[in-house]
Design a protein around this ligand. Sequence first.
Ligand SMILES: Cc1cc2nc3c(=O)[nH]c(=O)nc-3n(C[C@H](O)[C@H](O)[C@H](O)COP(=O)(O)OP(=O)(O)OC[C@H]3O[C@@H](n4cnc5c(N)ncnc54)[C@H](O)[C@@H]3O)c2cc1C
Ligand code: SF4
Length: 363
Amino acid sequence: MSLPQFKLLRPKRVAQAIEYLVKYSAPQLPAQTSCGPDSRRRLSLHDSGEVQSSSTQNFTLRVVAGGTDLIPSMKQKLFEPEYVLDLRAIRELRGIRALAGGGVEIGALTTLREIERSEFLRQHYPVLTEAAATVASPVLRNMGTIGGNICLDTRCLWYNQSLTWRKSCGFCIKKDGDLCHVAPGGTKCWAVFSGDTPPALLCLDAELELASASGARRVALRDFYTGLGDNYRNLQPSELLTRVFLPASSAGFTGVYRKLRVRGSIDYPLAGVAVVMKRSNGHIADARMGITAVNPAPLLVAGASELLAGKMVDECLAEAAGDMAAKMSKPLTTSALTPEYRREMIRVFTKRAVLAAAQAREN
Ligand SMILES: Cc1cc2nc3c(=O)[nH]c(=O)nc-3n(C[C@H](O)[C@H](O)[C@H](O)COP(=O)(O)OP(=O)(O)OC[C@H]3O[C@@H](n4cnc5c(N)ncnc54)[C@H](O)[C@@H]3O)c2cc1C
Ligand code: SF4
């Protein structure tokens, strides 16, 4: 499979990248896609006059960071942008910096390998280093960035395929069609968010900085995802994710991340659980749980803190936590493993993660 033709833009500063976004990012007209008129249905004029797309697919420009997800997707003709904005020369987007008042900022272009190896993060935010270390393989973690992991496209058996494959089966809502093979009769796309670090970042109360021509805005990570499989993130095509912030109040939690995958050495999660915990006198003082790869968005498990806080961890409590996380997971047949198995593994992994977090040494 070859890459489609595109023009490469290589800014050296964030400001220059934003200029390119303003100049070259526009909704893509159907004639420019490989599949033609169906795409027209996906674009509509909003009241504000702004063109809205119900899919994140059809824009003339795509941002590339490490390229470990975008480039294979472009080869499959899931994206055929006219311009590719390569962020890799922007040095100001790299690095992990402890903040004077506590907390830390992580540049969007920081690689997963740097995160995995950061002694500062391991000491203060161990759930993040643990989750980062499970992404794909060492080679991909050397290229893949935290920004790319957060902005990762959602996945589905019917979508992550070559153009020939998709053409022969019929296109779907997420790309060029208007039906869903997974939930026929519905109008929603259920493609699944399959990044490993976001459930850990959710547990740590992470915030994102999104930059655009009108300045920078900060959003809580929990508000970044829409819960829709196609238009899955609240990121305008003219915006760039520049930094990730972790607050001082989230430092010092013990943390555990567990994931289910087909190939242990290199695979996306098919179910993933992050658990963080603070203890005091043998009791849980505070705890949070996040899940991934079983819904169109990574989610914080609602009610987890209330269930766990003030209690001592035992099998029974860990099982109740597993039940709670399993209830929030709604996997469908978007992957090779059955939804029932994936939901069950959320239950099992949550239980194990709660028991392990209670054993972990506090820094
Ligand atoms: C074989 C294989 C196995 C994999 N296994 C895993 C896995 O186990 N777990 C996992 O989480 N991922 C996995 N991945 C996916 C990928 O490697 C990682 O998610 C990686 O972190 C993506 O980062 P990147 O910098 O390469 O993103 P890119 O591919 O460059 O970009 C991904 C998306 O994010 C957008 N984007 C990137 N940076 C920004 C930014 N700063 N602002 C706005 N938009 C941005 C891009 O436009 C694109 O839509 C796997 C990939 C492969 C090929
Ligand atoms: S969930 Fe449905 S619409 Fe979404 S990618 Fe899969 S088949 Fe397509």
